[in-house]
Design a protein around this ligand. Sequence first.
Ligand code: PMP
Length: 417
Amino acid sequence: MAQLSPVLKQATPVVVDRGEGVYLYDTTGKRNLDFTAGIGVTSTGHCHPRVVAAAQAQIGKLIHGQYTTVMHKPMLELTEKLGEVLPPGLDSLFFSNSGSEGVEAALRLARQATGRPNVIVFQGGFHGRTVAAATMTTSGTRFSAGFSPLMGGVHVAPFPNAYRYGWDVGTATKFALRELDYLFATVTAPHETAAFFIEPVLGEGGYVPANTEFFAGLCERADRHGILLVIDEVQTGFGRTGKFWGHDHFDVRPDIVVIAKGLASGFPLSGIAASTELMSKAWPGSQGGTYGGNAVSCAAAAETLSVIKDEGLVENAASRGEQLLAGARLIADKTPRIGDVRGLGLLVGSEFTTSDGEPDNPTAQAAQKAAAERGLLLLTCGAHMNVVRMIPPLIVTAEQIDEALEIWADAVASVTK
Ligand code: PMP
């Protein structure tokens, strides 16, 4: 008899039978409030009827139209629709299947376009699990330990992670920019640096938002040295943070954005967007893949974009996000074990700390487990897995946020007595 590999580490014991909106029903019939959204994917909720209908209509027509062999209508239609929401100037798209592949596509393009070998990533960033993307990931050694050597040419600069350093945001930002200049002077010369890869909010790294001053410093250096700015919007895109793009909070113009997760409501689809000018510097035929831009995924994504617009999901993420952040802070106020609560939109993290202010993994894990037992599914993140994160679907209502906060308060109280 075959069984699943123990390599999979599952955050909850739930075996799901079906999903509907913000709920996941397990095989015993128990209803769970899903504040994980499949790691920030099912933004329109589980099985949104319009997304289901679009996928069903497509599946009977064409499932697989291999895009280096033939072009198909859903990809052309999705490209046109994305044109309405992409950052200014980014009018050329390439599609792949997963966030990691999108990151690698951006890496290839950045190296080919600049002819430079190195890239700079920011401490605590998560960019994926394929070997190149894992090399660029610094949110936890668990993502790369045991299969080194990793890829060369990746250098790490600090992220303005004020809470971790115990500083205010201004001091952390100055430190991070100074260290970046030091990296240029000591490790990777600017003229050998192809790109910065950055998340607008560290996701797996602990839900830490960047800030406008830091991005201004990055952009200034990118412009001065001809370095490309690649923004990884895999977790923060498509309304998650209460603005359409995570970087919309920070007055910044990326050269390349990486997209995935919330794009297609759960169908595997990712990609990169850049200007036609930049994209045309890629070597023709150097990117592709058997499944990239699957026809059903593209049809589901096109409908997802319409649902986000028609149902005002970006606005909902902003207002429900404020409610969630405020509620989580009130709960943290009642216990010294939660040292910080932060986030943007519907991306909220509660960081557990010991009485000495050190990362408290056991209490965070216990709180996440206690919430799951009470029917609220959550995940943890951060280098020490001591941040409990909430990323519900963007369709979540005020009542559902209240319900989740009530369960969360009870779960926290049960493990911090
Ligand atoms: N970038 C970011 C910011 C992510 O959050 C993730 C996934 N958590 C990835 C890249 C990798 O995406 P995937 O798991 O689809 O390869």
